[in-house]
Design a protein around this ligand. Structure first.
Ligand code: G1P
Length: 294
């Protein structure tokens, strides 16, 4: 059983300044909830109940968000606002939360490596805290990935992929897919943020991974790569070159990835989620329509 997710949230979010100057990008609102709450809810839906956040400077709002806030609960009761208690129901989800600090900003690979003493040889999920997969309750991508991992005893990792336009490949880890099995493919190679000319395909790493603990051995020996950071993709690449078996799972059509890492995708995500809100969506839609028809 795979019950642990490592959620890296240490990145400074510089592409979203000034929004992220004093608040974590993972706490930015997407319609009615902060980004990271969607990530945690998705993991719980997929059967993962232990969340290990890899945090860094300025990220305490994430810890506060998942605490049980009895003071707030009491004050809502005392002031006759019981109906708002429903908005805090997520605090009672069946999940445990752990926080570990990445003391130096050395990249995503290093953030995951920080989890090693906690993971202690288990298999685990990595879910990037700034990406939502699917809207509403549709996405169970992590469940599909975990099932595949458990079905294929020789597999060292399973990675989610989405097809991106060719002119965007330089922003992602890109797969060289091997044999296609329909629901998944063999990963023959992977490269972090290649140029358009060097990209082996348009299949981009989509913020969700499942690993065996062997990834740590490789991460420990991974030198800084793109952006002078220790890249998770580089460790995976060396494992694949050593004939360790990795599988790629394409996102299904309902499993759109909403990336909160830059303004364009953040604005898009906010708009889509606001439009889908059961209470406020219809009014927002009307208003937008009016604006667009002007
Ligand atoms: C990271 C990974 C990259 C992946 C992307 C989206 O990049 O390094 O391989 O494709 O997340 O999941 P970042 O967006 O942090 O630069």
């Amino acid at each position: 059983m795979i019950d642990l997710a490592v959620i890296p949230v240490a990145g400074r979010g510089t592409r979203l300044l000034p929004l992220t100057k004093s608040q974590p990008k993972e706490m930015l609102p997407v319609a009615g909830k902060p980004v990271v709450q969607y990530v945690v809810e998705e993991l719980i839906r997929s059967g993962v109940h232990r969340m290990l956040f890899i945090t860094g400077a300025g990220k305490t709002a994430i810890e506060n968000h998942f605490d049980i806030d009895n003071e707030l609960i009491d004050s809502l009761r005392a002031t006759g606002k019981e109906e708002l208690l429903a908005e805090l129901a997520f605090e009672r989800e069946d999940a445990d939360y752990f926080y570990l600090r990445q003391r130096r900003q050395l990249g995503l690979g290093h953030a995951v490596l920080c989890a090693e003493p906690f993971v202690r040889g288990q298999r685990f999920v990595v879910a990037l805290g700034d990406s939502i997969i699917g809207r509403g309750s549709e996405s169970k991508i992590v469940k599909r990935m975990v099932d595949l991992f458990e079905k294929h005893g020789d597999v060292k990792g399973v990675i989610a992929f989405e097809e991106v336009p060719r002119d965007e490949v330089f922003q992602y880890g890109i797969a060289q897919p091997g044999r296609d099995h329909g629901e998944f493919f063999e990963l023959d190679d992977i490269v972090e943020k290649p140029s358009i000319e060097d990209a082996p395909s348009c299949m981009a790493v989509a913020a969700r991974y499942v690993f065996s603990a062997e990834i740590f051995e490789y991460l420990r020996n991974t030198q800084p790569g793109k952006g002078d950071e220790i890249q998770l993709t580089d460790a995976i690449r060396r494992m694949v070159h050593d004939k360790k078996r990795f599988l790629g799972v394409p996102l299904s059509p309902v499993e759109t990835r909403y990336d909160i890492g830059n303004f364009e995708s953040y604005f898009t995500a906010f708009t889509e989620f606001a439009l889908a809100d059961p209470t406020y969506g219809p009014a927002v839609r009307q208003h937008l329509k009016k604006l667009l028809d002007r």
